[in-house]
Write a protein of this length. Sequence first.
Length: 185
Amino acid sequence: MPNYTRSVCVFCGSRAGGDPAFTEAAQATGRMLARNGWRLVYGAGDIGLMGEVARAAQTEGGQTFGVIPVHLLSKEKGKRDISTFIVTENMHERKKVMYMNSDAIVVLPGGAGTLDELFEVVTWRQIGLHGKPILLLNTAGYWSPLVALTRSVIDHGFAEESLAGFMEPVEDVAALEQRLAAALA
């Protein structure tokens, strides 16, 4: 049995998205985290990519740490059969608890909520509040437009060049695993 000394926060959609590759990548991510003995920290939902990553981690015997705000308990179908289930008062507290209980951040495809989570931890990194890796699982090129937008923000003078290094795209779960192994060693 692994000793879960490292935790990986996964931000991702409460929907599955329109490409089956997103679901496959979420499942592969959950299995990979469990296989490496890394605890999954996520939004505690039992739907969309959130549910997929958690179920896959659980199936492989992984530890799951979920955080959900009270107002989303019914909408995101709070997954109560996980290792740790925390209910917060609001979204900001949810993000803070997830961040504080993780050593690295992985971002799978998702919508506005996922972008909100991503940009909050990127902003915290930009202002020097942390140095945790932020990895974008670029399944089917999903994050490529964001990488291009980040380059545009820098090129137009709205951020330092360092911003480009705060979000690191990885193309598949195998590359994600290698990058996490190096970061969490």
